[in-house]
Design a protein around this ligand. Structure first.
Ligand code: TRP
Length: 452
């Protein structure tokens, strides 16, 4: 599926489908299946979800378009993209947010992906036999508090490393083409299963009936962070992937399809988790551990549950890899193109940085749980700081940049593939990028600091 074309030595996704599979592979991951339910749970359910969906469509799609534009127009890493479009201006400094935040995300993400590996191994050995919430909780605590999570995190990062060494456009594209549809099918099956649980009504009410009294500044900033996190936005990840798009890839369409599919998977995950939460008496507020306590209880009661759970955690692991590969690409392309490292060396450097952060996060539930900064463990701090601050900030900069400082003709050329098809929404897009996105993000920031 990969080839070199007129872009010189850079790889490209040859087909439109391959490019979509890769961007969806980046977007769909633990963010949808692990982070979305726990964020929705801790922030009151329905009210959070309304904001989340509004942000995906109002801010997420435009910023996704802006990132796609910058990547494909310049065929560069984040720094190079800003520099080519605005030579001699300091915009490229935004690249530092991208590199550092992507490494922070890689750190805690690998720990959770390590849990999926551990759950996979327990499923195939028949040990994932948590029957109810209390047990689920204590077993989970047992699994995550010692040194074992470090082993699983390292194992996950090694898998990530070997795929990255092989190049993105080959392995990853093929893997997402197969695994994404199967994962989607299993999610649908689990969703149907939810409709037979006694907690169905309570779960769906929690999920879809907004309780506006629960809306606080914390809910709004977290919904924004989740929308950006889930769409892999704000750090230049989608920009980097778009730098591998071919010249006929319709940017607007790819952006809308990616956002729709990603949001659908998140909502499916919610429909799977919350009826079970109320059926098995788990607190929706359980936090990052929520999904890992609830899922085993669901699988335990299914016929051939071990098989289902093995398949599910294997696919979740693959979905995580397709996401970590994309976030690693941000720093790898930077080291390759800006620091002139070989791809192998760049991959070693970013994996080692991810490893250092990963170990801190892996120990956050056990030996390092007492070390807190701003009242948060390393794991929670990395998650909060990168998702709720860096992603919206990076997205705001990209949006202001593309909305104000890019030649309109260049934008039109990119969005119409050199005039080969119409793109009616260009004015709306530029208006949104220029005014709506920066203003909305700015107000949400002020609101979350208590100034408004
Ligand atoms: N979107 C992915 C998920 O939902 C995570 C992810 C991949 C990401 N690349 C990113 C998040 C870049 C922020 C920035 O699991």
């Amino acid at each position: 599926m990969s080839a070199k074309n007129n872009t010189g030595s850079r790889a490209v996704f040859v087909t439109r489908f391959g490019a979509l599979a890769a961007t969806v592979g980046s977007a769909v991951g633990l963010g949808n299946i692990w982070r979305f339910p726990y964020e929705a749970g801790t922030h009151g359910g329905g009210a959070f979800i309304i904001f989340y969906i509004a942000f995906v469509f109002m801010l997420g799609i435009p910023v996704l378009c802006a990132e796609f534009f910058m990547g494909r127009a310049t065929r560069s890493n984040v720094f190079g993209a800003y520099r080519k479009l605005a030579p001699g201006k300091p915009w490229y400094l935004a690249g530092y947010i991208g590199i550092s935040a992507s490494l922070l995300i890689l750190s805690f993400y690998s720990v959770v992906a390590g849990w999926t590996l551990e759950y996979f191994s327990m499923s195939i050995t028949g040990n994932l036999d948590f029957t109810g919430s209390a047990e689920g909780h204590s077993r989970f605590v047992e699994l995550t508090t010692g040194w074992m999570p470090v082993v699983w995190t390292v194992l996950f990062l090694l898998c990530n490393f070997f795929i990255l060494i092989g190049g993105v456009t080959k392995g990853i594209e093929r893997m997402s083409n197969i695994s994404m549809p199967i994962l989607f099918f299993i999610l649908l099956a689990l969703c149907i299963n939810s409709f037979f649980l006694p907690g169905l009504k309570e779960g769906l009410t929690f999920l879809f009936k907004p309780d506006f009294s629960k809306i606080t500044s914390g809910v709004i900033i977290s919904a924004l962070g989740q929308a950006f996190f889930s769409l892999s936005l704000g750090l230049g990840c989608m920009m980097t992937y778009a730098s591998y798009f071919n010249d006929r890839n319709r940017l607007g369409r790819t952006a809308v399809s990616t956002a729709l599919l990603d949001t659908m998977v998140a909502i499916l995950a919610g429909i799977i988790i919350f009826p079970a939460v109320f059926t098995y008496g788990v607190s929706p507020q359980a936090g990052p551990t929520l999904v890992f306590e609830v899922l085993p209880a669901i699988f335990y009661r299914l016929p051939a549950g071990d098989l289902w759970s093995a398949l599910f955690f294997l696919l979740l692991f693959i979905a995580s890899i397709t996401s970590t590969v994309s976030m690693s690409e941000i720093s790898i392309t930077y080291f390759c193109e800006e620091k002139k490292m070989s791809r192998r060396r760049a991959t070693v450097v970013s994996s080692l940085l991810g490893l250092c952060g990963g170990i801190l996060c892996a120990l956050s539930f056990g030996p390092l749980s007492d070390i807190t900064i701003f009242g948060m463990t390393f794991f929670n701090l990395f998650d909060y700081f990168s998702s709720n601050i860096c992603l919206p900030l990076g997205g705001m900069i990209c949006s202001i940049f593309v909305g104000n400082f890019v030649d309109r003709r260049l934008l039109r050329r990119q969005f119409t593939d050199d005039g080969s098809h119409p793109f009616k929404a260009l004015h709306l897009l530029v208006f949104t990028l220029r005014w709506i996105c920066p203003a909305a993000i700015f107000i949400i920031f002020l609101n979350s600091t208590g100034i408004i």
